[in-house]
Design a protein around this ligand. Sequence first.
Ligand code: PGA
Length: 256
Amino acid sequence: MRKKIVAGNWKMNKTYSEAVPLLYEIKDLLFKSKKAESVIKIIAPPSLYIHDFYETTKGLKNLFVGAQNCSYEESGAYTGEVSATMLKSVGAAYIIIGHSERRSYFKETAEELKKKTEITLKHGLTPIFCIGETMEKRQANEHFKIVEAQITDSLFHLSPADFQKIVLAYEPVWAIGTGLTATTAQAQEMHHHIRSLVEKKYGNAVSSEISILYGGSCNEKNAAELFACPDVDGGLIGGAALKAKEFIEIIHSFPA
Ligand code: PGA
């Protein structure tokens, strides 16, 4: 059985005094929800809040704290960087890698993302590896090719044992923060394509178990139809993860 996962990417939002009450609101709603228990829930706040979030949410079933990025270096003279081991030491269990905002604004390359994935796995954390095409590439009918290259270039050197630890997140760049969601047909088509690529490379035992999340303007209104797609195993949520009720409603959106 594939894991059902909802991950909230808080991005660079909320001061500490805003973040704490929001976390408590989410925590209270999760405590009251039996339905949410079986879903893996990940909250990825700005990294300086991770330790607090970890301490505050201890004891909540299937709730994990994640980071939005990490260094590809182990440690040392890299001013401003945060390492995977540091993130682990304050309670992070997941690290989002290769988000399109990191790829475009911070010019992260396939080679760097490969190293980030390796270091994350090496230290026993789970990468949530993001892939997705721009609108320009979709209109040029190159979306399958782009996504395939992103996976091949950064992940397909991994052993099957390592690859199966990864969570993939398909996030069409044109849908992120825009209110433009992929249709269920577009999401299912791409998720199925991704699963087929994994099957071709690693076989059915790995491809049938890997969770592939959808991200890009996923909210409490469209989550149920997206999560009902056979190859969509949950969501990576940006804007709607910053509103407690909406975030919980998304967690409640898996088919029974
Ligand atoms: P969004 O962001 O839900 O605000 O579109 C998703 C993401 O960037 O992961």
